[in-house]
Design a binder for this molecule. Structure first.
Ligand SMILES: NC(=O)c1ccc[n+]([C@@H]2O[C@H](COP(=O)([O-])OP(=O)(O)OC[C@H]3O[C@@H](n4cnc5c(N)ncnc54)[C@H](O)[C@@H]3O)[C@@H](O)[C@H]2O)c1
Length: 273
């Protein structure tokens, strides 16, 4: 798919992988990017990127990706300026890591300390349900645009119309301390597989990337000792992946329509049991 002239929405755009993806998409010549993040930092990022490219390329929106009304406002605003949103990379995400089952130490009677259900739900809301709905709304945007243009079911001669890349993780295969995060990331695979079948009706492809440990604030928050002792030894490259390497892989997945399903960009990460 030619990315030139397409309109994209990227969530988690104020940091890490989302921010790097905005930059790569900009370099590919997309017409505009709705850059979504709850952090106000997204405005400063948009200002600096727009200055660099000399046009209003990034449109910043600050809000919570879980908020459906906010999502609708973002799409409505973009759709008043452009015909449709064609590309979605819903990268906003959080971790809330701890062991799933603990016993309180040294106190009688013994008490079970299970992973908090509230935390679990929050991780599902942000990492699983929200990315799926931003993706669905993108497919909807293309569907509405096709209807307005009186187009029927997509046919290959039209060429691919849009693309979605969900952000999975190596953790979806299981990772100590990540009961909620791993569940959410594994869940995205079901959504990807289903959307890949359904969305092509409108000419939209859907794939998922599974990054390994990438040098972003999310991973840096784990601390240098943990990164050095528990992460780097398990990678082939013996370093964290750079966000721009993941962004490049995402753009490749969007550009190359023969890519389907999942791409592992894990730098040889093999978690120990
Ligand atoms: N960094 C890694 O090693 C790694 C590996 C695999 C997958 N991922 C995934 O990549 C994606 C991006 O992660 P990152 O490492 O760049 O993290 P990051 O913490 O650098 O960036 C995440 C961004 O998402 C935003 N965000 C979080 N919750 C939000 C919400 N409710 N509404 C709006 N914005 C919200 C944050 O403000 C932040 O700017 C996430 O889905 C993460 O799970 C990261």
């Amino acid at each position: 798919m030619k990315l030139e002239g397409k309109v994209a929405v990227v969530t988690g755009a104020a940091s890490g992988i989302g921010q790097a993806t905005c930059l790569k998409l900009a370099e590919e010549g997309v017409a505009a990017i709705g850059a979504v993040d709850r952090s106000e930092g997204v405005r400063e990022f948009a200002r600096s990127l727009n200055d660099r490219f000399g046009r209003e390329l990034l449109m910043p929106y600050s809000g919570d990706v879980v908020d459906g009304a906010f999502r609708e406002r973002v799409f409505a605003d973009i759709e008043t300026k452009f015909d449709a949103v064609h590309i979605c990379v819903p990268a906003a995400g959080i971790t809330r890591d701890r062991l799933a089952v603990k016993l309180t130490n040294g106190s009688e009677p013994l008490r079970l300390d299970l992973y908090s259900e509230d935390e679990f739900r929050r991780v599902m809301d942000i990492n699983l349900i929200a990315p799926i709905y931003w993706a669905l709304r993108t497919v909807g945007s293309v569907a509405l645009s096709r209807k307005r243009a009186r187009l029927g079911p997509w046919v290959p001669d039209e060429r691919v119309q849009g693309g979605i890349v969900l952000i999975g993780s190596v953790s979806k295969a299981g990772n100590r301390g990540q009961i909620s995060y791993a569940t959410a990331k594994a869940g995205l695979e079901g959504a990807q597989a289903t959307l890949a079948i359904e969305a092509i009706f409108y000419g939209v492809r859907c794939a998922i990337i599974h990054p390994g440990f990438t040098d972003t604030p999310m991973v840096r928050s784990l601390g240098d000792d943990l990164i050095r002792e528990q992460i780097l030894p398990n990678t082939q490259l013996k370093r964290l992946i750079r966000p721009e390497e993941i962004a490049e892989a995402i753009v490749f997945m969007l550009r190359n329509s023969s890519v389907s399903g999942a791409l592992w960009a894990d730098a040889g990460w093999h978690p120990r049991g």
